[in-house]
Design a binder for this molecule. Sequence first.
Ligand code: FAD
Length: 321
Amino acid sequence: MQTAVRDPEKTPREHSIVFADIVPDLKSHIPELRGRLLANQPLADLTWFRVGGPAQALFMPEGEDDLAYFMARLPHEVPVTVIGLGSNLIVRDGGVPGVVIRLGRGFNEVAVEDGHRVRAGTAVPDVKVARAAQEAGIAGLSFLRGIPGAIGGALRMNGGAYGTETKDTLVEARGVDRKGGIHVFANADMGYTYRHCGLPDDIVFTQALFRGSPGDPAAIAAEMNKITEAREATQPVKSRTGGSTFKNPVGHKAWQLIDAAGCRGFKVGNAQVSELHCNFLINLGGASAADIENLGETVRRRVKENSGVELEWEIERIGVT
Ligand SMILES: Cc1cc2nc3c(=O)[nH]c(=O)nc-3n(C[C@H](O)[C@H](O)[C@H](O)COP(=O)(O)OP(=O)(O)OC[C@H]3O[C@@H](n4cnc5c(N)ncnc54)[C@H](O)[C@@H]3O)c2cc1C
């Protein structure tokens, strides 16, 4: 089922990998599916790095009940991978076997509730949640202004910035498990540590409830503007990148270790360590996923040799080489 062949006529950008089409068989197991289920769908354009092969099948559910029905009926042996806005992802060149789930319509509502709370579907971009909170005079969620992902990615990564993390504001999250069960996870159930959620990887989050505190809309707007300016000055936010590549090791800043190891500006193929912020890797145009991942591994090796510290990837890598 997972065999892929390379089509010699096509360039990597034209998704030269072609998987066996599993969609007709899946549809026969899951006849009342409402969402779209498509074979061999390119993923590169769904990620910030713009690299990588296709999904063997891409599923875009209509809503939480459709997703739960799909998960309950999906044969157990088919691997499932979920993606958000692809701002923390390298999709490998060989593509992703099994089913990739991407949430869109049906998961994109955001609503302000009593008690300085904001409820958001997991396809809502973080910035929209920050803006809804600001307009309603809810402080504490402006850190989301600078994170270019959607809420599902924030929940999974415990996304954070400027001293606040998702775990500091989350009340609860909803999600669907691999057997189609729908759960509500209290903040304490999420198993949060720095840029990590302890729940099983195959939980697909569908909704989040955040709580802030009373604040002045104008002051919150000013804070958000400062975040935007700071980002543009210090990060290559207009490049094809995946944000911070490595987690900050305890007691260190990853970028300082990378700089000290002489890696600023270092290149593999068309992938480069950013000159502006050396914990960011950049696709200069035409890089493969392998170029970017090899560059990251070279940086890890050099940092280990130079400082003895082993960097841990923050960017998630999915699929096969
Ligand atoms: C310019 C730039 C700046 C950045 N700055 C920051 C920053 O300041 N702080 C920070 O924390 N991050 C930052 N990032 C990284 C990234 O934006 C965050 O990790 C973000 O939370 C990822 O969200 P996403 O929707 O893009 O998820 P993706 O990159 O698509 O996926 C990331 C992970 O989340 C999982 N996931 C996505 N959606 C769901 C879902 N619905 N259910 C379950 N799992 C899901 C995926 O399986 C994957 O493991 C930055 C990235 C860029 C490109």
